[in-house]
Design a protein around this ligand. Sequence first.
Ligand SMILES: Nc1ncnc2c1ncn2[C@@H]1O[C@H](COP(=O)(O)OP(=O)(O)OP(=O)(O)O)[C@@H](O)[C@H]1O
Ligand SMILES: [Mg+2]
Length: 145
Amino acid sequence: MEVATISTEETQKLAEQIASRLCPGDIVLLEGELGAGKTTFVRFLVQFLGFSNRVQSPTFVLARQYINNEPSAFIKVINHLDLYRLSSAQELEDLGLTEIFCQPDAITIIEWPSIAKDLLPANVIEIKIEVLGETERKFYVQNLR
Ligand SMILES: Nc1ncnc2c1ncn2[C@@H]1O[C@H](COP(=O)(O)OP(=O)(O)OP(=O)(O)O)[C@@H](O)[C@H]1O
Ligand SMILES: [Mg+2]
């Protein structure tokens, strides 16, 4: 699927559509240059998945976890990773972050995922964001059910 957005509001609508198609266990990779809108997209996704957590970039902490304690929540845990600062897959393993990739009850969203590619399952959902202009973006979505 390819979707162009001309504003953050339109990106928000796309996030709503994608959120409705996610299930526990899903891993979502977010690729795109600095400032493409990866964290912005995650913020909307987390909101539409029913979480009230404040979403901040995990660039410096590498990983954040959002929890929804509502008993009726379909998705109760979201892991939000940003691997920009990592230089090797080994580092990822040393930090114990690879365990996150096999949590069946959580959704995991990864910004700058390339270093982890060999450690990820095959059926991950891939979203590439291309910057077309100041507020124009193109989203390329693969493997969404
Ligand atoms: N159509 C759009 N969709 C998403 N974000 C947009 C759009 N137009 C403008 N923006 C702006 O682009 C910026 C994207 O910043 P954001 O932190 O989300 O990028 P990022 O891809 O996570 O960068 P980094 O690689 O540093 O983590 C935000 O300020 C956002 O408001
Ligand atoms: Mg970011």
